[in-house]
Design a protein around this ligand. Structure first.
Ligand SMILES: Cc1cc2nc3c(=O)[nH]c(=O)nc-3n(C[C@H](O)[C@H](O)[C@H](O)COP(=O)(O)OP(=O)(O)OC[C@H]3O[C@@H](n4cnc5c(N)ncnc54)[C@H](O)[C@@H]3O)c2cc1C
Length: 448
């Protein structure tokens, strides 16, 4: 029986295994060095914040794997021998495969800062990071101050986590405004304010120079490169991005760049070896998509796709329209399509922000054709299906605004803003758009 071996029990590896099982009777083994069972990485923050226990982050009961004949092996793979189709483990075990799926995810970036491996310095990626955080920052008696280095989605989550235990946080962000390589100025500035209003000591435009140890090799302080200021602290969170976790295959014949290079079928240069999830790098561009996308749903989609290919229905990976969501303290963020930090030449923008509440929408559309290109929503939840359909059908910005009620996810909450948004657009663009009533038929694709 063909043996499919998957390295990594994250969303991509586990989705591949589940779908291969649905489609075939092949022998399946999933390997992980991190945990016995699959868990939701995105929920780690809620464990520290006390909203759930770690067990609650495991979507499947422990009996699920045996029942579905998916073998789980705990161990760290140190080497892949593609000629012998053999994996070598850190404890000298070996395992033969017929087909191999590399689904090893990401690891937090470290840039060679002095002191980056001291006790009390951690990333916020693996379950072990959560355990370190519990050890070094259980409360504000043990941890008098934490410093977070790197202003992305994981950095702000870590700030919220520490804040929930009343631990003072200094947040070092290299950019002049939070996440402004991704967010347009208005959204980025709204998030700066949100961070500060939560009592976080946000430092913009600064870099970490070094982390200093105490006499026991534990973090004592950090030094800021630009000013030389030394900030005493007990914990340093390194959240300056992530990169593919693929060091263990660097000596193999599998081709890598930043990630494991794959084609549209998620195949590597070596027959019978595939890569999916955060560690996979597309070497043929898929529209505007980034070659590596470290997000949950793309890992799941790649897992489904590779399962088809392995089960003799070779299909390309088609990620559809880009979307993403996150939470910046109390502000929910959703993005659909493309709305870059800076508009491209063909783009026009429309921005609406609520006068007093933390809510805004920012729409990007083509200057000439008026085609809708993308939207950011902060503090307002909108319907994914609506924008997905608008993008697929290449609707105009006028159409999108006219049917804004269809996009509305929280009617009571948000109804009041629609007329205001449309009036602002009409005023700025000399249009005469009238809001249409919400239509469930349209939403669920029954009519146009
Ligand atoms: C704190 C946090 C919050 C996040 N929030 C969001 C969010 O809100 N929305 C979103 O879309 N995405 C979010 N992400 C990103 C998302 O979690 C990842 O994109 C996703 O988990 C990647 O899945 P994966 O299957 O590719 O890899 P992973 O989940 O990283 O799993 C890979 C597994 O492989 C193991 N492994 C690696 N190398 C080896 C080896 N050599 N031998 C054995 N095992 C190995 C790893 O230990 C790990 O268990 C978040 C990430 C973090 C860290």
């Amino acid at each position: 029986m063909e043996h499919i071996v998957i390295i990594g029990n994250g969303i991509s590896g586990v989705t591949a295994a589940r779908h291969i099982r649905k489609l075939s009777d092949k022998k399946i083994t999933i390997i992980s060095a991190e945990t016995d069972y699959f868990f939701s990485r995105t929920a780690l923050m809620y464990v520290y914040m006390g909203h759930m226990k770690f067990e609650h982050t495991q979507p499947y009961e422990n009996w699920f794997w045996k029942k579905n004949r998916i073998e789980l092996k705990k161990g760290y793979v140190t080497r892949v021998d593609t000629k012998q189709k053999t994996l070598h483990f850190i404890n000298n075990d070996t395992l033969q495969y017929d087909k191999l799926i590399i689904a090893t995810g990401s690891k937090p970036n470290k840039f060679g800062w002095p002191g980056q491996d001291l006790d009390g310095v951690m990333g916020m990626y693996h379950k072990q990071d959560l355990e370190s955080l519990e050890k070094f920052a259980p409360n504000n008696n043990v941890c008098k101050r934490a410093v977070i280095v790197g202003g992305g989605l994981i950095g702000i989550e870590l700030a919220e986590m520490l804040h929930s235990r009343h631990i003072p946080v200094t947040f070092l962000v290299r950019e002049s405004s939070f996440w402004n390589k991704v967010l347009p100025k208005q959204e980025s500035e709204m998030i700066n304010k949100e961070i500060i209003s939560n009592g976080i000591d946000l430092r913009l435009g600064v870099n970490l120079k070094e982390i200093k140890p105490d006499e026991n090799g534990k973090v004592k302080s950090i030094v800021i490169a630009e000013t030389g200021e030394e900030i005493p602290c007990n914990v340093v969170g390194l959240t300056a991005g992530v990169s593919p976790n693929i060091d263990f295959i660097k000596d193999s014949e599998i081709e890598t760049n930043h990630g494991v290079k794959v084609n549209r079928y998620l195949e590597t240069n070596i027959p019978d070896v595939y890569a999916i999830g955060d560690c996979a790098e597309q070497h043929e561009a898929i529209g505007n998509r980034r070659p590596i996308e470290a997000v949950w749903y793309t890992g799941r989609m790649m897992g489904e796709t590779v399962a088809q290919t392995i089960c003799k229905n070779r299909i390309p990976y088609k990620p559809g329209h880009w979307f993403n969501s996150a939470k910046f303290f109390d502000i929910e963020y959703q993005t659909y399509g493309w709305i870059w930090a800076e508009p491209k030449e063909n783009e026009a923008r429309f921005y609406w922000q609520h006068e007093s509440e933390k809510k805004c929408i920012h729409i990007s559309f083509d200057k000439n054709t008026k085609e809708f290109i993308g939207i950011n929503c902060l503090g307002i939840r909108m319907r994914h299906e609506y924008f997905d359909k608008a993008l697929t059908e290449k609707r105009t910005v006028n159409y999108v605004l006219e049917h804004l009620a269809d996009a509305n996810f929280d009617p009571e909450f948000y109804k009041l803003h629609e007329p205001e948004i449309v009036a602002k657009f009409n005023n700025e663009h000399g249009t005469n758009i009238h809001l249409k009533k919400k239509s469930w038929k349209r939403i669920f694709n029954l009519t146009n």
